[in-house]
Design a protein around this ligand. Structure first.
Ligand code: NDP
Ligand code: MG
Length: 380
């Protein structure tokens, strides 16, 4: 029995992780669950899986949840500190599926507690990659990628000799706006941006996929996970989302992982690694027919090259562009800015970033807030 804590259990990744646990009651015990403000679903999940504790970031919602769960022994933690406390409870694996930089502190706390991390929350590594890697080493803790591309890279590297990785081939679906010109993107709507052709995901990452910011964040994530510079990462647009990424090794061998566009496999692999478990959806290559690869249009989708610039600068630049993006995506979803303004605002905030090479977690949150304020001031 593996004891799991799931952070972000009410979201797209979180609910799919619970589907895996539901299908394998003999393999997983859910110890704790955390979310932002969705008390209703969290209550349902807590009762179904008989957890020891839950946490809600929103303190008002947490108070409501305490009342709802008064007839049980389930402990309710509240606020950002409460999510961190929950992440430190006794368990084997913490799956972090929180969205945004809000996932950074819980990851650090879970590492402090010595728990293996299954990481979906890419913003953890984008903002705090150096600090996280130092802490993992210090504590001797393992961090396993859940993001499908990084899981594919990780799977492709199993058995590859140390030092043999030459290049990462990071695939991108291209999102709903692939092939469109800047002109055509002027007036795209929220609904159009949310209509991802292959993947069903939370709203924020779906918008990031439409703008290619997601691929930019994933380049930064890969730099921290696999210890290669951005210059050794090539982004390929692969419209079918079947080849989830590949590695090129020193002898020219290219090794890839393929599968249907379903997050259950990468989530499950992070929970069972190095073992393998049940299949949720089989890949039929005859049905797929052909796989295609194209170069991304970095002139139209500027956030991909901007993220590469951010990681090449290093320091707090990735935090600045990430913080600006969280804010501008929120404004876009609220209908307050246009799609192309996301990139403009992110670029502006990144260029105004006061960089630091040796930085602390506090510096990260200060840079995040500064970038958000630049975006808010430019719009409101
Ligand atoms: P969702 O928006 O669907 O879910 C986000 C989850 O985080 C919800 O449970 C939400 O709770 C919770 N949450 C939000 N803010 C806080 C907070 N401050 N403290 C605690 N919990 C919080 O996102 P996804 O599941 O799509 O994505 C989660 C992460 O995984 C992201 O970093 C994303 O980039 C990454 N990822 C997602 C993929 C996918 O297929 N969805 C693929 C690869 C990576 P509530 O419901 O109460 O708001
Ligand atoms: Mg991904």
């Amino acid at each position: 029995m593996k004891k799991l804590i799931i952070l972000g259990s009410t979201g797209s990744i979180g609910t799919q992780a619970l589907d895996i646990a539901r299908a394998n009651p003999d393999k997983y015990t859910i110890v704790g669950l955390a979310a932002g403000s969705n008390a209703e679903l969290l209550e349902k999940q807590a009762r179904e899986f008989g957890v020891k504790a839950v946490a809600l970031f929103d303190t008002k919602a947490a108070d409501e949840l305490k009342i709802k769960l008064a007839d049980t022994n389930i402990k309710v933690f509240c606020g950002a500190d409460g999510v961190c406390e929950l992440a430190m409870l006794d368990c084997d694996v913490v799956l972090n599926a929180i969205v945004g930089i809000a996932g950074l502190r819980p990851t650090l706390c879970a590492i402090d507690a010595g728990h293996t991390i299954a990481l979906a929350n890419k913003e953890t590594l984008v903002t705090g990659g150096e600090i996280v890697n130092r802490k993992l080493k210090e504590k001797g803790v393992e961090l396993l990628p859940v993001d499908s591309e990084h899981s594919a890279i990780f799977q492709s590297l199993q058995g590859a000799p140390k030092g043999s990785l030459k290049k990462i081939l990071l695939t991108a679906s291209g999102g709903p706006f692939f092939g469109k010109t800047r002109e055509e993107l002027q007036n795209v709507t929220v609904k159009e941006a949310l209509a991802h052709p292959n993947w069903s995901m939370g709203a924020k990452i779906t918008i990031d996929s439409a703008s290619l910011m997601n691929k930019g964040l994933e380049v930064i994530e890969a730099v921290h996970l696999f210890g290669v510079p951005a210059s050794q990462i090539e982004v390929l647009v692969h419209r079918q989302s079947i080849l989830h990424s590949a590695v090129e090794l020193s002898d020219g061998a290219v090794i890839a992982q393929l599968g249907t566009p379903d997050m259950k496999l990468p989530i499950q692999y992070a929970l069972t690694y190095p073992g393998r478990d049940m299949c949720f959806e089989q890949l039929d290559l005859f049905k797929v027919g052909s796989l295609t690869f194209e170069r991304p249009d970095c002139g139209t989708f500027k956030l991909l090259p901007l993220c590469i610039e951010a990681i090449n600068h290093g320091g707090l630049y990735p935090t600045a562009i990430n913080g600006a993006n969280e804010e501008s995506v929120k404004l876009f979803l609220e209908g307050k800015i246009k799609f192309l303004q996301i990139a403009e605002l992110n670029e502006k905030a990144m260029n105004l970033c006061e960089n630091k090479k040796d930085f602390t977690v506090e510096d990260i949150f200060a840079a995040d807030e500064a970038a958000r304020q630049i975006v808010r001031k430019a719009v409101l």
